[in-house]
Design a protein around this ligand. Structure first.
Ligand SMILES: CC(C)(COP(=O)(O)OP(=O)(O)OC[C@H]1O[C@@H](n2cnc3c(N)ncnc32)[C@H](O)[C@@H]1OP(=O)(O)O)[C@@H](O)C(=O)NCCC(=O)NCCS
Length: 154
C-alpha cells in the first residue's frame, strides 16, 4: 500500500471527489490550492484534499474511497497519513461535513472531535438539496483535531 501526493491533473480524480462533495463548482473552490493525496493498494482506492486556511490551520476538504472498498481501513489510513504529514505545521485541522451517520462516526474514529456548526450551509451554498440516509443536510458540522498541545513537554 502507498500514499502519494498528486500535484497535477487533479480533475482526473473527479469521480472520487464527487462522492464526497456532489457539486463540482464547490470542489472547484478548493481543488487548485488543495494538497491532494491518493491511496493505492495495487489499484487506486481513494483520495483526500487538504487546504491551508491560516498560518497553522488546515482543513480536510474532501476524502473519498471507492464504494467497493469501504470499511477496509483505507479512509483512516489516509487521515493518519495527513495527520503525520501536517503535524509540525499545523495547530488545528478542521473537517466540515453534513450531519450524517455516514461520515461523523468515521471522523470521530479517526480522532476528530466536534467543534462548531455553520447553520444552513447546505441550503445557502448548494444548488440542490442533498440527502443522506433519507435526511436532508442543512448545517455544516465542523470537527477538529488539535495538534499543538501534544508536543509541549513537562
Ligand atoms: C467516509 C469514508 C471516507 C470512510 O472510508 P472507509 O475507508 O470506508 O473508512 P475506514 O474503513 O477507514 O473506517 C475507519 C473507522 O471508521 C468506521 N466507520 C467508517 N464509516 C462508518 C460509518 N458510516 N458508520 C460508523 N462507523 C464508520 C469504521 O468502522 C472504522 O472503525 P474502526 O477503526 O473501529 O475499525 C467513505 O465511506 C467514503 O468515501 N464515503 C463517501 C465519500 C464521503 O462521504 N466522504 C466524506 C465527505 S464529508
Amino acid at each position: 500500500m502507498k500514499i502519494e501526493m498528486i500535484k497535477e491533473n487533479k480533475k482526473d480524480y473527479l469521480d472520487l471527489l464527487l462522492l464526497a462533495d456532489e457539486q463540482e463548482s464547490m470542489i472547484d473552490k478548493y481543488l487548485e490550492k488543495g494538497i491532494m493525496f491518493a491511496i493505492y493498494d495495487d489499484s487506486l482506492k481513494g483520495i483526500c484534499v487538504v487546504t491551508k486556511e491560516d498560518e497553522r490551520t488546515y482543513e480536510l476538504k474532501n476524502i473519498a474511497i471507492y464504494k467497493e472498498f469501504y470499511g477496509q481501513g483505507y479512509g483512516k489510513k489516509l487521515v493518519e497519513y495527513i495527520f503525520e504529514y501536517f503535524k509540525n505545521d499545523c495547530d488545528t485541522m478542521y473537517v466540515g461535513t453534513g450531519d450524517s451517520p455516514l461520515t461523523i462516526p468515521f471522523y470521530l474514529k479517526c480522532g476528530f472531535i466536534e467543534s462548531h456548526r455553520i447553520k444552513n450551509f447546505f441550503i445557502d451554498n448548494y444548488d440542490n438539496p442533498i440527502y443522506e440516509c433519507k435526511k436532508q443536510l442543512i448545517d455544516m458540522v465542523y470537527l477538529k483535531k488539535n495538534f499543538k498541545y501534544r508536543y509541549i513537554k513537562g
